[in-house]
Design a protein. Sequence first.
Lengths: 422, 549
Amino acid sequence: MKPLLKFIKKIEPDKKKSPFLHTLFDGFFTFLYSPDSTTKGGVHIRDGMDLKRTMVMVVLAMQACYLLGTYNIGHQHFAAIGEHAGLFEGFHLKLAYGLIKLLPIFIVAHVVGLGIEFWYASKKGHAIEEGFLVTGALIPLIMPPDLPLWILAVSVAFAVIIGKEAFGGTGMNILNVALLCRVFVFFAYPTEISGDEVWIAGITKDENLGYMAENYDWLCGIADSIFGWFGWSQFGDGGALVVEGYTGATPLAIAAKDGWAEVTNKYSEANMIWGMIPGSIGETSKPLILLGAAILLITGIASWRVMLSMFIGAALVAMGMNAIAGFDTTSFLAVPWYAQFYMGSFFFAMAFMATDPVTAASTNTGKWIYGFMIGAVGMIVRVLNPAYPEGWMLAILFMNVFAPLIDHYVLEANIKKRLSRA
Amino acid sequence: MKSNNIIIKTSLLFSLLFFAEVVNAQAGMTGGMSNWILIGLGILVLLILLFVGDSLLKLEAKSIGADEAGENYSILPNTGELFGSGVSVNAPAQKVHVLKQGHDINLEGKATDSTVHNVQARTFSIKPTDFIGLQPIPKVTVAVGETVKAGDVIFYDKKLPDIKFCSPVSGEVLEVKRGAKRSIAEIIILADIEQSYREYEPLNLNQASRDELKTFLAESGVWPMIKQRPYQILADLEATPRDIFISTFDTAPLAPDSNVIVKGREEAFQAGLDVLGKLTDGKVYLGIDAASNPSGAFTNALNVDKHYFKGKHPAGNVGVQIHHIKPINAGDVVWTLGVQEVISIGSLFTAGKFDAERVIVLAGAELEEPKYIRTKIGASIGNFLAENIVEVEDGEALSLRVLSGDVLTGSDIGSNGHLGFFDDQITVLQEGAYNEMFGWLLPLAPRPSVSRTFPGFLMPSLEYRADTNTHGEKRAFVVTGQYEKVLPMDIYVQHLMKSILVNDYERMEGLGLYELAEEDVAICEFVCTSKQPLQSILREGLDMMREQG
């Protein structure tokens, strides 16, 4: 251990001569080793918790979503073309296909995001802050698997520069950076990510033949040759036609058009809950997201107030909608309130997006209001607004903007209380 | 009588719940969502009726003055009655404060033996820097080589010439140490073996006016022991405080037990309280530990208003206690003292001499034997630590930090320094200048933390051997709500800190700057994920506000 430390300290670049290299070095060094700084003035001992640990806990909580998300990319692809229809059939192909789709997204998001972060840190002459650890891990999970990488790169750059660095970096941003990235794709490239038609990786539309599988690329070729050695099934050339009626509207879009009965016709409730449906990469599986939420709550990283009040807000609005829907079962309003939670991405938004401490309300009372309003507004956008089939992204960004206002009034109340006491 | 009450109330509650079940069963409902909703609504209405009726009952009891004694007149048992609040004292409810927020840092190296040892210190010193609100260069009235008696004036502030700072011991002035820009850092006195004391014109406490009393206290050297809030400064001689607050217990890590401190000096403590009672038109408040078994000197103290506190650190901080007893508002002036300061003031009248005696605790995992020591204000600690300190472990020399005070608010004085004026604790701590591989991800050694990402939260009785490593680098404020979890005050600490950083005076005042001193936010600084220096930010805010007047 000691020789490695010595070696690393020896190769430390000069701070003045090459600030960028030094920042880069510092970033990786503090990643590898916790710093040897000691307390000066003030308290003499410090809590073992720091921002790196806080952030990495959130990333760890997402890992289950990553695992299933990767597999599900492959599973949905093969299910669409009617091959290896069983969940565990063609396991290696589905996993390999998922990785081939996911890794480039993950790498591009991190290279672009961290690159910008490092550059700004070296310009400003301070240490690299850990904010992008979580943002970078969240972005791949909320993107469709087939998103062109250049669009991803542009949107990550937009989100990090305009959303975060322009406001002063980690801890200063108003809007949730990962959601800002997604909303950028949503409005700038609406055909790629509308949330209306389901996303299945590697499916293209041919004018004559209709939906069909794309030709597998060279990465699949490499995988094929490996699988060949073991005598396992291979990707082949691609071009298989999509099973009749497989692609189509998302559960939410069907619910908006034809009501709940139609949704359950097409998707089984178990699949919607367990997440074996097409969707953004990491937001489909409710139990695994709730596992992540549980980790965040047990470790005390995320605010239970935001999660609980968001659930209450969404549930109350959904119940109210049930009440006014009357007997019109084809209406989106009539979708049972509990079903609203396993359609779409409510839990993902609740566990990982709304609880971002920087963009949420910062007072405890404010957190109750903030979470409740996200739940209520999100449900209204989802059900009543025909333009957007899913509401959480917009509701959270909307309430991000209002969070400082909520805090302001909570603080004013505290100030008034203090004045009235005098 | 009281336990009967609980039984009746609890059975009432259960019968109510049971009643709902019976109704359900007899109606023979076959289930279904709507039925459950109806039953739920019924229970809700009943509960609302119950609570409204209960509140009316309580209001009525209050208006006719029946609940003066703190008896619970509600039909519902309060949580304290149900689970027992762990409060061992028998006191009226409105004088018992159970504080939920807070955190005890459980460190190794507590002094378990309450025997007080006598160890001779060679030199003693007074540091003008221990008092906030003085000019940097006070007027030193003694020269090096001059002999002084205990209680002789050694310096005063040129702007406050009436408040005298006196020598804690008799002996020879050894050195006047200067700090930056020729400021006076420390005046060191070599103690005589046989102590002699300065003679006073005795003052009759019952006949003296308040002004005469103040002049006497200021002249005799005990005045600087009184701190004034807001700002935590040297008490103003001209001011009449709204109230005076004394905390009789210390919840800081490894802090001394006040019962040991007051033992044998109960009479002087009471005399001190009587003197303080003359200085205010308000009350003298005692904050007493409700969880342990406090000394009779505190529980039987006369002419004071006693309040009992139960909670984790900082429940023993006087600032927290003031907040719950009678908070400081804009324009208020209150004074605060520690137990030993009160004893010193009392001794002036009971023994007729300037009594600088202090019982202090030597604590920390790096000591062979943590123990209590009887000495005087400003003692040099070299003799106390000699042969008691663990300097070498596993063949490696340990790098140590010696603090006057506790690990949250103390100051680094080195192994040959002098005890601070207000401190009653010496803490020895390991330095932590080491790199730890993936220290942020997989901590290999246990460390104190409030975070539940460390397994330590499952073992609350585990004692930690802490060091001075920062465990991370300074960052912008990111995590919210963590300060509020450890500070039992209705104050938004993070927002207050931000308002100080942007010089927003109105906000600072509104968010409760006046109620805080560094020691109160120290626990927040400890837990801070972003490693922000909250104590120094707060001091900056207090200084800015004080300059504004």
